[in-house]
Design a protein around this ligand. Structure first.
Ligand code: AMP
Ligand code: MG
Length: 343
């Protein structure tokens, strides 16, 4: 039996919020909160209690900004940019450590997760303003450059196997940044905090003696489709609504299947719940590519990892550790009932 997480999925609610706490009726203590725009999204960190906590929050943000600069493939100062454009080998231990985690997830997912998809991401133009469906020979040509098994870290260095190989840690770096912020906060003695980096959320401890409540976004339309009560867990969602365009009634999004070179089909969103933000981020992308059947098979093999998936036909699937939620599987989103799971 795989280790289950202690989670409660609460009622489906229609409020247009991503997360919120539940203060007790009597005089709630103030919450220190700051929001910055980084990693292409609004990130907020909140810590209830001590007004001095704002300084710690700023340190956590500074650390996240450092990670952002280092891992941003569009930053000419980044070793990743120099690897991609100038064929410069990478010796930065922090990048190599995250790359090693990414390669583990590639192995686990049978290559669904692959940081060498960057030439394809670039071809589709998701980060260049006006994305468009590429010509199929161009996709075929790009696919020849893709393949995580070409990457080898030898003697503390990643050298380019050939000039065509380009890498992008974007599917895992945001989770890593969140994990680093968690380290800064905990290192400063913070025992209660919520970090929300768009689809990547980490809840430290509890909010005034109760778990943090985190909403899972409805992948279509406004609001959330349900919420989780969590403590010392991360909740990371990958969705087809984050970056996409439509052409002839077809939605093309930014999560690409390295086997076909096209956006992965099958799912609208995948939410991963575990205690490691880096892995959760990588896995949510991996599961999205694997699709509902193979994706859930992988979740069931992994200890301490749970997932919620919304399929293209709007069915909600939950992993076995989210037991009560199994009632919701197969129900249309709007009818997703109250479920209590994991306890
Ligand atoms: P996420 O939002 O965490 O799911 O990450 C999506 C981003 O990861 C995309 O914008 C791409 O830059 C990159 N990406 C797309 N497909 C893959 C894939 N199959 N494996 C790894 N990274 C990918
Ligand atoms: Mg991801």
């Amino acid at each position: 039996m795989k280790k289950a997480l202690l989670i409660i999925v609460m009622a489906a609610v229609a409020a247009a919020v991503v997360f919120w706490g539940r203060p007790k009726a009597d005089k709630p203590e103030p919450v220190q909160k700051e929001t910055r725009f980084l990693m292409d999204t609004y990130v907020s960190i909140q810590v209830p209690g001590d007004p001095q906590a704002i300084k710690t929050i700023e340190k956590a943000f500074d650390r996240m900004e450092e990670v952002d600069r280092k891992f941003n493939v569009l930053n000419p100062e980044s070793p990743l940019y120099r690897f991609n454009h100038d064929n410069a080998p990478i010796a930065d231990p922090e990048i190599l450590a995250l790359l090693a985690t990414a390669l583990e997830i590639s192995e686990e997912s049978g290559g669904a997760f692959d940081v060498t998809v960057y030439p394809l991401v670039d071809l589709w133009g998701f980060f260049r303003g006006a994305p468009a469906v590429p010509a199929s020979p161009d996709i075929a040509a790009c696919l020849k450059k893709v393949g995580w098994r070409q990457l080898r870290i030898e003697n503390g260095v990643l050298a380019k196997p050939n000039d065509g190989v380009k890498i992008d840690l974007g599917a895992i770096a945001k989770g890593y940044a969140v994990g680093e912020a968690v380290k800064v906060l905990k290192g400063a003695g913070v025992t209660s905090a919520l970090i929300d980096a768009g689809g990547d959320i980490f809840a430290i401890g509890e909010l005034r003696g109760r778990p943090w409540k985190v909403g899972i976004r409805n992948p279509r339309g406004e609001g959330v489709m349900g919420a989780l009560d969590v403590s010392d867990l991360t909740i990371v969602t990958s969705g087809d609504y984050e970056r996409f365009f439509e052409k002839d009634g077809v939605r093309y999004h930014h999560i690409l299947d390295p086997a076909s070179g096209y956006p992965a089909g099958g799912l609208m969103s995948v939410t991963v719940i575990c205690d490691d933000a880096t892995r959760a981020d990588g896995l949510s992308t991996a599961l999205f590519v694997l699709g509902p059947e193979k994706g859930m098979e992988l979740v069931e093999r992994l200890d301490g990892v749970e997932a919620i998936m919304v399929t293209k036909d709007q069915k909600i699937l939950t992993s076995s550790g989210l037991k009560g939620a199994m009632d919701a599987a197969g129900a249309p989103m709007a009818e997703n009932p109250f479920v209590a799971i994991g306890r």
